[in-house]
Design a protein around this ligand. Structure first.
Ligand code: CU
Length: 119
């Protein structure tokens, strides 16, 4: 009788450790992916980039989507990136792995200008 009681008491004492062990062995996934999912979209519409200046953290992928019914080309001023001609609803993505300010324009309509600030 005494022995049985002791067994249950030690079981009760061990339970929190067992639970902790299960939690440690199954860690909930880090939320780093959520931090990356901030909006990094530029809309190309009515011959303008929206927003015309977009600030993103390093390693962000920026996606441009052409909402106009004329083609546009996303070209960085210093040749860091350049898309092909984007037709309506075409997308172009570029991942910015270095901090800096990247000015760009549309090589078909050079008056269309925008800026990506990576920090
Ligand atoms: Cu254009």
């Amino acid at each position: 009788m005494m022995r049985r009681k002791l067994f249950f008491r030690s079981l009760a004492a061990a339970l929190p450790f067992a639970l902790a062990a299960v939690l440690i062995m199954h860690p909930t996934r880090a939320r780093s992916e959520d931090a990356k999912s901030a909006p990094t979209e530029v809309r190309v519409d009515n011959f303008t980039f929206g927003p015309d200046t977009l600030t993103v953290p390093v390693n962000s992928t920026v996606t441009w989507t052409n909402k106009d019914d004329v083609p546009h080309v996303i070209a960085s001023n210093d040749g860091v990136f350049k898309s092909k001609a984007l037709d309506t609803d075409d997308k172009y993505s570029y991942t910015f792995s270095k901090a800096g300010t990247y000015s760009y324009y549309c090589s078909i309509h050079p008056k269309m200008v925008g800026k990506i600030v990576v920090q």
